[in-house]
Every structure is written in C-alpha cells, then in structure tokens.
Design a protein around this ligand. Structure first.
Ligand SMILES: Cc1cc2nc3c(=O)[nH]c(=O)nc-3n(C[C@H](O)[C@H](O)[C@H](O)COP(=O)(O)OP(=O)(O)OC[C@H]3O[C@@H](n4cnc5c(N)ncnc54)[C@H](O)[C@@H]3O)c2cc1C
Length: 467
C-alpha cells in the first residue's frame, strides 16, 4: 500500500476498461475511490447486453492477449476473476478471392509459408514477405521502437516487400488492431500489437462476454471499499485556480484527484476550455480519431456461421461484389463461450469500419445505413440460409457507439494510433489542470483497443504510486 495514495479522495469518471481498471488499482493502494458512470451499466465500449437468452457486446470484440496482457495484469493485481478462451485455427482471412487459415502460431516458418501460398503472395515476393514477418516478430529495444513511432506502417513494409495480396492481409490486421489505414498507422504501434500477440499465441475472447472484464474490476473495487454510482453523469469538472477540486454530478462532489475516462476532447469540454492554455487546446483540437464502426448483431437459432472468427474483403476483381459487399470482421462469441447463446443457437457479430462521426448527423446516418446494408448482403452471400435462422438482429451505427461511450463521436478505439499520436506524442495522463488526470484508450497506453485502455490504467497507477 502506498502512503501517498492512502485515504486520498479519488473521483473516477467512467467505467470503461481504463476507468474500471484504474479505480480498482487505486483502491488497492487505500485510496477512497468513487466511480461515477453516466450509463446504467458498466464498461462503455466494452459493455454487453442481454436479450432473449443471448449476451451480446456493444462492440465487435476479439482480444489479442487477454489474460496474458495488461487486462490480465490488472486482474492479477486487484484479485479480479476472469478467464479467456482461444480458438484453433485462430481465424480465417479472405481477400482477392483467396482464403487463408491463420493459426495461433503466426511466427512458425511453415505456417507462414502456407499462409503466403494460400493468400496468393507472388513467389518472387515471398523472400521479402518472410523478412517482413521475421522483422515484425523480433525483440526490439525501446529506442528502436521510438525510431519507428513516426514511420508509417506502409513505408516500413515497403522496406521489405510490396505485394498486393500481402498488403490486403496487412490491411486486415491494421483494421482489426487500430481501425485506421496502413498509410496512417504508426509502424511501431503495429509492431507492438502484432509481436505481443504472436508471442503470447493468444487471440482470445473473455468468458462471460466483454462486460466480464470491467465488471470483474469493479467488483474487486467494491470489495476493497470503493463505490460505483450508475446513471450519474458528471456535468462538470470543477476547476479553481488551475486545480481540480471535484465534480458536479447532481451536486458538488469534492476530490483530491479527478481521473477522467471520458476521452481527452470530452474531458477538456467538461473542465471548461478556459482552464487550458491556448497551445494545449490547439493541439487537442488537432488530434485525429480512429475510424468508427457499424455492426449487425445476429441471434441465430442454429450453428450457421463457420469459421468462428474471420475477416473478409470483397473480391476486387468482381465489380458487382465490390458494389454490393463490405469488408467485414466477424467474431462468433458463442463459439468461445457457449453460455452467451441458448443451447444450439449462435451469436454472431459482423462489423465494418465507418467514418467516426461526420458533422452532419443525417449524412453520417445515411453513410452508416449504406455500410450496414452491405454487411447484410455480404453475410447473405457467404451464408445463404442465414435469414431463415434469425431470431433477432440488431443494426448499430456510429451514433450508438457515441451514445454508449458518452462522446460526441463514434470512434472504435479512441484517438488514432497514427504516426503523430503514439509513443512520446500520445497524450499523457497528466493535464495542465493540477489534480486532473486522463485514463483510457486516449492517453498514456499502447496496444490494441481494450488492452491499450488497460495499459493506460496500469501506467497511471504506477505514476501516481511513485509521485
Ligand atoms: C465496434 C467496436 C469494436 C471493437 N473491437 C475491439 C477489439 O476487437 N479488440 C479490442 O481490444 N478493442 C476493440 N474495441 C475498442 C475498445 O473497446 C476501446 O478502445 C476500449 O474499450 C476503450 O476503453 P476506454 O477505457 O477508453 O473507455 P470507454 O469505453 O470509452 O468508456 C468511457 C466511459 O465513460 C463514461 N462517461 C463518459 N462521459 C461521462 C460523464 N460525463 N459522466 C460519467 N460517465 C461518463 C461512458 O459512459 C463510458 O462508460 C472495439 C470498440 C468498438 C466500439
């Protein structure tokens, strides 16, 4: 237990992975933690809901390391329960009319050769493709990584090879990990995501659905004397003389530390722009978001969809397919945890990227509608009898993500992990307002979505512990 944190009054705004994680970690140090959540349920983008015996997620989630990464590290530190299941083969990838099966051992030389063959990497490009994957998986010093922070992933790849089909495969990985383009993505960030996943051999899904993770952290928090209040939106972060004094949430709640899990841009709005220096505001305004996503969630009365995790790109050689289909990412959570669907039934989530939220809401809704129609076309083309087995079906767009995460925009991850916004250029936990800190995917972490939010919670906890 740290004397510095013991007895400190900490208000955490939000129960996303970052907020729930850090609140349990600080309660472990003896801080008096109060978590305020605007929704009536925990988890933010990592929430899950029940309907007619099915448990489905806000998002379209699959995790790269699960218990072996920062999500597991928090659970171990705070004594939270939870387990993860992996599938074998790990996933299927289809692009340009070719399909490859990916295994958990993605660095195994024989499996890689098979992958290049199946996906159609041209024979003359295979030595370069091999060299790329070897380089992706090798150990790197922090300094080597820092040098790659500001290099775009496509520039980094072109040092080794430029193969059309391999590029599509890499686009699939970038889409899954960071939800931005290969050109925008930071090479170092991709390398971190890919190499840690390959090392742990653990593409996986949490037993109990995505909500199991934040719920377990919050349960640990409560067991250590912390409190969570749901349906309690924070209206304002109260700042006096450059210091955070507490929050307004149906009345003033004083605090020694205020930790915001609402995202950087929203935090600045909640604390009042006049409390920040102009250069900080200009920088915050300039930060870019990851793509948003739309999804179709299928509750099916039979096992219709197989494989149980796949990424599909329409065949670019067929203009009709390109016109009617979408690039989709499809996990089947009930394959990893059968308790998420009634016996014999299947829960299938099909997602596709979309702009995070255009200024014009009607235009944003129309763009999402079009992509959702394409997702359904694609699923019907791949599984012609799917509609005969639908018990219910939900279509969600970027405004749904915005609503659930309490933001104005519906980005999947948070701030984009582009080459200007990672490593030393990622927003830090510390803000110009004394006593106001950030936690979650937007600040101070690295890795894939949920794991970046968990990494952020761990880093903030370490920082406060040693300050
Ligand atoms: C469709 C989709 C697919 C995804 N797929 C994956 C995946 O496969 N793998 C992966 O690792 N990640 C994935 N992610 C990303 C991942 O879910 C997020 O990056 C991560 O969960 C963000 O966590 P966070 O801690 O930043 O908080 P958030 O989830 O953004 O939570 C913020 C919380 O703060 C609360 N809040 C906001 N404002 C207030 C206020 N004023 N008062 C009180 N409470 C407030 C919100 O209600 C919310 O609970 C996906 C996300 C989506 C949407």
């Amino acid at each position: 237990m740290s004397d510095g944190l013991a007895g400190k009054r900490v208000v955490v705004i939000g129960t996303g992975i970052g907020g729930s994680g850090v609140s349990a970690l600080l309660a472990r140090e003896g801080a008096k933690v109060l978590v305020l959540e605007r929704n009536s349920f925990p988890g933010g983008k990592a929430a899950s809901f029940e309907r007619e015996g099915f448990v489905y997620d806000t998002g379209v989630h699959w995790l790269s390391r699960g218990g072996k990464g920062p999500l597991g590290e928090i659970a171990d530190l705070v004594g939270a329960e939870g387990s993860y299941r992996s599938l074998e083969p790990a996933m299927q990838f289809t692009a340009g009319g070719r399909t490859a099966i990916l295994h958990q051992e993605m660095d195994d030389p024989e499996a890689l050769e098979r992958l290049f063959e199946e996906i159609g990497v041209l024979p003359e490009n295979r030595p370069g493709a091999r060299a790329l994957f070897e380089d992706l998986a090798r150990e790197r010093s922090p300094r080597e990584l820092e040098e790659l922070d500001e290099v775009s992933f496509s520039d980094y790849c072109s040092r080794f090879v430029d193969d059309e089909q391999l590029n599509r495969l890499l686009d699939g990985f970038i889409g899954m990990y960071m939800c931005i383009s290969r050109k925008a993505a930071s090479a170092a960030e991709f390398i971190l995501c890919f190499s840690s996943q390959v090392k742990e051999r653990s593409l996986c899904y949490p037993v109990g659905g995505m909500r199991a993770v934040p719920t377990a952290y919050l349960k640990a928090l409560e067991s250590m004397g912390g409190e969570v209040r749901y349906s309690t939106p924070v209206e304002r972060i109260v700042v006096e003389s450059g210091k955070a004094r507490g929050v307004e949430a149906g009345g003033f709640i004083p605090a020694d530390l205020v930790i915001s899990n609402t995202g950087l841009k929203e935090t600045v709005a909640l604390a009042g722009r006049h409390n920040f220096p102009d250069n900080y505001l200009a920088w915050v305004d300039s930060l870019r978001l990851s793509f948003g996503a739309v999804s179709v969630k299928y509750a099916l009365d039979a096992e219709v969809v197989k494989p149980h995790l796949f990424c599909y790109f329409p065949d670019f050689r067929d203009p009709e397919l390109v016109e009617r289909q979408a690039a989709i990412f499809v996990p089947v959570p009930s394959a990893a945890d059968p308790s998420l669907a009634p016996p014999g039934c299947q829960l299938v989530l099909a997602g596709s990227l979309a702009p995070p939220g255009l200024e014009d809401r009607e235009q944003a809704a129309a763009v999402c509608e079009e992509i959702l129609n394409r997702i359904e076309n694609t699923m019907r083309d791949l599984f012609p009898d799917i509609e005969d087995h639908v018990i219910w079906k939900i279509r969600t767009d970027t405004s749904y993500i915005a609503r659930i995460s309490g933001r104005r925009t519906g980005e999947v991850i948070g701030l984009a992990q582009n080459r200007h916004q990672v490593g030393k250029n990622r927003p830090s936990h510390v803000t110009p307002v004394e006593g106001l800190y950030l936690v979650g995917a937007d600040a101070g972490g690295r890795g894939v979505g949920t794991e970046m939010a968990a990494d952020s919670a761990l880093n903030l906890w370490r920082m406060l512990l040693h300050s």
